[in-house]
Design a protein around this ligand. Structure first.
Ligand SMILES: [Zn+2]
Length: 168
């Protein structure tokens, strides 16, 4: 099984479809709350969301995620546009990743087919299949197997090598 398939079968259930869209949506929601608050409440809100190492270590682990949603602008139009852009990008990336996986899969199979074809060709070209003119009907040796052999046709019309003729 290709590595990617192994990874997907192991970690696929953890994949969140539309993760980027969810992040964009939460970011927009955070922005909406942010703009509706008073300046004083905003400071507390920001303080609650921010990435703060010591406080994360003391158990406020939500900060690892929530700092992503801190608004970077107070312009409503810009915030909505950037959220839409993020959603659009997320969808595009997911589609691209699907296509990328498909590409990897197809390329993998094509490569396997090529290798198998090459192996078959190699087998066909192996010494036993090399061109020969004579083959002993008793030991199946040809002049390619043993260039010192010479062949005669016996009374029955079979080709017999010099070795086999000696022993009979
Ligand atoms: Zn022979």
């Amino acid at each position: 099984m290709p590595l990617l398939d192994r990874l997907e079968s192991r970690f696929g259930r953890f994949a969140i479809p539309g993760l980027v869209q969810i992040v964009a949506g939460l970011k927009l929601l955070t922005f909406a709350i942010f703009v509706m608050q008073s300046a004083e409440a905003r400071d507390r809100y920001l303080d609650f969301l921010s990435l703060d190492g010591p406080r994360i270590l003391s158990g406020q682990v939500w900060r690892l995620v929530t700092y992503l949603f801190i608004p970077t602008t107070l312009n409503v139009l810009f915030a909505v546009l950037s959220a839409m852009m993020l959603m659009w990008l997320g969808r595009g990336l997911e589609q691209a990743w699907g296509a990328f996986r498909l590409n990897l899969f197809v390329r993998d199979r094509l490569h396997m087919a090529k290798v198998m074809k090459k192996r078959t060709q190699f087998k066909e070209a192996s010494p036993t299949a090399a061109p020969f003119f004579h083959q002993c009907s008793l030991c199946q040796k040809t002049e390619v197997d043993d260039p010192s052999l010479y062949f005669r046709i016996n009374d029955a019309g079979d080709e017999i090598c010099s070795e086999c003729r000696k022993s009979t």
